[in-house]
Design a protein. Structure first.
Length: 87
């Protein structure tokens, strides 16, 4: 996959995950980074569970990245919420 495809997949997955998680997003660069890191997280989750994406090609890649980005955003918000109450 070329660098441009990584950026496109990251942007789509990051924006979709931000919308699903009820946020305003992290800006263009932030959403791309969330989506790309989410692709790695999603790939790890799918591999650990021993399942494959139900879709093929680019749609499957975006789906895996999206699921990973949602998990990543959930963990980020969980950590942020836990550190807010600390003195």
């Amino acid at each position: 996959m070329t660098f441009l495809w990584w950026l496109i997949v990251g942007l789509i997955a990051g924006v979709l995950a931000s919308m699903v998680m009820g946020g305003t997003g992290y800006g263009l660069i932030g959403d791309i980074i969330i989506g790309i890191v989410g692709a790695f997280v999603g790939g790890w989750i799918f591999s650990a569970l021993g399942v494959a994406s139900p879709l093929g090609g680019m749609a499957g890649t975006i789906l895996v990245a999206f699921i990973g980005a949602v998990v990543l955003l959930f963990l980020i918000r969980l950590i942020r919420r836990g550190t807010r109450g600390a003195p």
